[in-house]
Design a protein around this ligand. Structure first.
Ligand SMILES: [Zn+2]
Length: 848
């Protein structure tokens, strides 16, 4: 019983047999509010007469199946999400008439009714294998074809797909039909349909290869937040950069970007029809890191138009390459073509950290995972895919040089345009353009898991100069590979109260110990920084003197990327129980006020909060919590009016507030009794403050009152989260029901509730949910589906209750559970966090 699974071998067999000439997809979106009519006509050839194959269709009510004019009985041929096709001819036509179901999980064709005005919005989301929830497919990336969509919808709607939008034909009865022209050749997973009462604006990009129409779409209730000029500016800058760099014209006919509600991810690279989460059109003040990230998302999806959509992976084995490349390309483009010229610093402070974290989990896997079937793709699609992959591509660029790297890419796009390729094809192109042998490099970086740690090892002579200097490399015993690294080393001295770089060198590091002869005889600096310029993917350690320099004055280090590496090293040491949580929190309180990197400002306080709440020794925690709360209050009051620092510290203070005085401050800020100059108490910040109160059971009637004033989907999600945060048995029971039991909680509301369910400091009320969590985890994957189950298992895991007793329960569960690997993985990861937190608590108890 394959269920919704599909193996690589089945896909290879099918691709060897078939060529898919065309799809015609007739959809009627006016039939009901729960289902829509879907008729698919697929023309395809078979290399063998009389052979058998199957088509894919999930969760449909099939009315008729016709193969080459022969009517097949749906009850016989449609089972288990597949339509069995026997007796193929050399040329075939398959027609399947069915009703499919709208989703509320963000998978397939999602249907949303805006509570602000009752307008209806639909959008599709197909990656990895969900086009088959909307029409009949051969659901695998290497059976590319052309797609003709014919869509019946209410005449007042916008209907958008991959091909340029036609003029609709009026059908009467308030309906109209959109007959789209055939698309360019593409894979099923990047086809798309977006329909509803969307607001639309049109601009153009005039480039070296001609004009590209640029559409932007959003819900009617968000029109005032669509910052069109900025979005068009970034989009134009991206096209100019990529068309030039890739030396290949934009491969599709138009470029629409549609901001859609209740979206599971950041965005999706549907060819010419990119969907993005509409939280990217913010209604309240956001810090620069928010806009920097949005810019990276826009450029990431645009990079996929070439890398992913024009040239597509053959099978999901190369999903990592698809995502890693788009990640690398978007940061590269941000630096080269937009105002976000220090994006690699933001990458180091935020994105890259998620890769390091994931890579130290017991569930880590090689970047190039063996995705033998679709279930394996679910298990292996994570921050190794995105963040580690992008970091390693950055290292590859340092290894071969930027110009040869780009030259290899250009050749690759030309050779495989509108077709499929594998990583070996890219590697061959890069070897040719760079003249370097890369198979060995690829084997050690892509086919093995784990992160290396690099530390300085030296002796000093009597004058304080290095008598010897080496870089030591180590690895976790479970992932023992040592690798070759292109590594920057920076020497920083204190000059007039600043840390100034005296010298920078780049070396190749290999094996357990690499002697660095160039440093012998050089005076020991105040700060010796390994991985300066952040070329390498490795954890770095600071020697004793360098750590003291960082603790005494990190903010006097002027280069933001160098600071990001120091922040990262201190956080790694804290997570590895080599630095106390208390010392880390002190480092943050002393230096975050003058951090200038947008991502540093917003992300580092989140790490500090984790140190306070999870990693401080139980005996030290109350004092550290008080210090953290007071420190944030002082930072908030000292911050420049209207600055990102002020906004970030207000948010962090709201999350840290627990004393009577601080909670009183939150109330006073909300009610206007405490005015902080320059801090705009807008709608989202109001919800942040109310959440701070709710977490301490001080929200009272404020949640209902605020929701009455903010009757939007965003307001509903915030209210649901605030309710779930309350430390009462009733609130947790209600949140549990919505998060783990009911299947009809909309996906984004579900996520809001899950994120709020299990905060620190609510041990008593959460204790009964440890057993319930584990019991639910046995069957949750099946019960809630991939997306919601993974959200629930990851973010409602009882991390805050870290203890040896919890560990024992987790171990017993892992022994006995029938849960699938994808579900077990989240428990394994939570367990790893618990072990880390307990070790950090021991360190903090001993040394703080
Ligand atoms: Zn992507």
């Amino acid at each position: 019983m394959p269920g919704t699974n599909l193996t690589r071998e089945e896909a290879q067999t099918r691709a060897a047999l078939l060529d898919v000439a065309s799809y015609t997809i007739d959809l009627d979106l006016t039939t009901s509010e729960t289902t829509f009519a879907s008729t698919t006509t697929i023309r395809f050839t078979s290399r063998e007469a009389g052979a058998s194959t199957f088509a894919d269709l999930v969760g449909a009510e099939v009315h008729a199946v016709t193969l080459n004019g022969r009517s097949l009985d749906p009850a016989t041929v449609y089972a288990d999400s597949r339509i069995q096709l026997d007796g193929l001819e050399l040329e075939n036509e398959l027609v399947v008439r069915a009703d499919c179901t709208y989703s509320h999980s963000g998978e397939g064709l999602h249907r949303f009714v805006d509570p602000a005005d009752d307008r209806v919005y639909l959008y599709s989301q197909f990656e990895v294998p969900d086009a088959r929830r909307v029409y009949t497919t051969f659901e695998q990336p290497d059976l590319k074809s052309v797609f003709t969509f014919n869509v019946i919808a209410p005449e007042a709607w916008k209907v958008v797909s991959n091909a340029p939008t036609p003029q609709p034909t009026q059908l009467g009865d308030g309906k109209a039909q959109w007959n789209f022209p055939p698309t360019k050749k593409m894979s099923t997973y990047i086809t798309a349909l977006v329909a509803g009462e969307y607001h639309e604006v049109q601009d153009v990009y005039e480039g070296k290869y001609g004009t590209i129409p640029l559409g932007h779409f959003c819900r009617q209730s968000l029109v005032e937040f669509l910052d069109r000029d900025e979005l068009v500016k970034l989009t134009r800058a991206g096209f100019e950069f990529f068309e030039e760099t890739f030396d290949f014209p934009y491969p599709f006919e138009k470029y629409d970007q549609l901001y859609v509600p209740e979206y599971n991810m950041g965005a999706m690279e549907n060819a010419g029809c990119v969907t993005l989460r509409d939280e990217y059109l913010p209604r309240s003040r956001q810090p620069r890191s928010f806009y920097e990230f949005r810019c990276s998302v826009i450029l990431h999806e645009m990079a996929h138009m070439w890398f992913g959509d024009l040239v597509t992976m053959q099978w999901w084995d190369d999903l990592w390459l698809n995502e890693s490349f788009a990640e690398w390309a978007c940061y590269h483009a941000e630096v080269e073509a937009t105002e976000y010229t220090d994006s690699w610093t933001g990458f180091a402070n935020a994105r890259k950290q998620t890769g390091y974290r994931q890579d130290q989990m017991p569930s880590t896997h090689p970047i190039a995972a063996d995705n033998y079937d679709l279930q394996a793709v679910e298990v292996n699609f994570d921050m190794i895919t995105y963040a580690k992959g992008a970091s390693v591509l950055k290292q590859l660029v340092a290894w071969v040089g930027l110009d040869p790297f780009i030259a290899g890419l250009r050749a690759y796009f030309k050779e495989f345009a509108y077709a499929n390729a594998t990583f070996s094809d890219l590697l061959a192109a890069l070897e040719k353009s760079s003249g370097r042998e890369l198979k060995g490099w690829a084997a050690e970086w892509l086919q093995t898991a784990g992160v290396n740690t690099l530390s300085p090892s030296f002796a000093l002579d009597t004058d304080g100069n290095y008598a010897s200097f080496a870089v030591n490399q180590s690895a976790h015993p479970d992932w023992p590979t040592l690798r070759r690294h292109r590594l920057g080393i920076g020497l920083y001295d204190e000059v007039d109260g600043k840390l100034v770089r005296r010298e920078y060198l780049e070396v190749d590091v290999e094996g357990e110990r690499t002697e660095i002869a160039e440093l012998v005889g050089k005076q020991q600096p105040a700060l010796l920084l390994l991985n300066d310029n952040d070329l390498a993917y490795a954890k770095i350690r600071l020697d004793e003197r360098s750590l003291a320099t960082v603790v005494a004055g990190l903010s006097t280090l002027e280069d933001s990327l160098a600071r990001a590496l120091c922040w990262g090293a201190a956080w790694d040491m804290t997570r590895d129980a080599e630095m106390t949580a208390t010392d880390f929190v002190h480092l943050v309180l002393a230096n975050i006020g003058s951090e200038t990197d947008a991502w540093g400002v917003t992300r580092i306080p989140v790490s500090a909060a984790q140190a306070v709440n999870m990693m401080a020794a139980p005996g030290n925690r109350a004092a550290l919590k008080a210090e953290w709360e007071e420190g944030l209050r002082a930072l908030l009051l000292d911050a420049e009016g209207g600055s990102d620092h002020q906004l970030t510290f207000a948010r962090s203070f709201a999350a840290a507030a627990h004393s009577d005085a601080a909670l009183g401050d939150l109330e006073a800020i909300l009610d206007g009794g405490l005015v902080i100059e320059g801090l705009s108490i807008d709608q989202d910040l109001r919800w942040t403050l109310i959440s701070g109160l709710a977490r301490n059971n001080r929200a009272g009637g404020r949640i209902d009152a605020e929701l009455a004033a903010d009757n939007t989907i965003s307001g509903k999600e915030h209210a649901a989260a605030a309710r779930a945060l309350q430390p009462t048995a009733e609130a947790k029971a209600e949140a549990w029901e919505a998060g783990f039991v009911r299947t009809d909680t909309p996906n984004e509301t579900h996520r809001s509730i899950i994120f709020a369910f299990a905060p620190s400091g609510q041990d008593d009320v959460l204790a009964p949910y440890v057993d319930r969590y584990l019991e639910a985890a046995d069957t949750l994957w099946e019960h809630l589906g991939t997306h919601k189950a993974s959200t629930a298992l990851e973010f409602a895991f009882p991390r805050a209750l870290a203890s040896n007793e919890l560990l024992a329960k987790l171990d017993a569960w892992l022994e006995r559970t029938p849960a699938p690997p994808a579900a077990k993985r989240y428990v394994t990861e939570g367990r790893a966090d618990v072990i880390r937190f307990l070790a950090a608590q021991d360190k903090d108890a001993a040394d703080a």
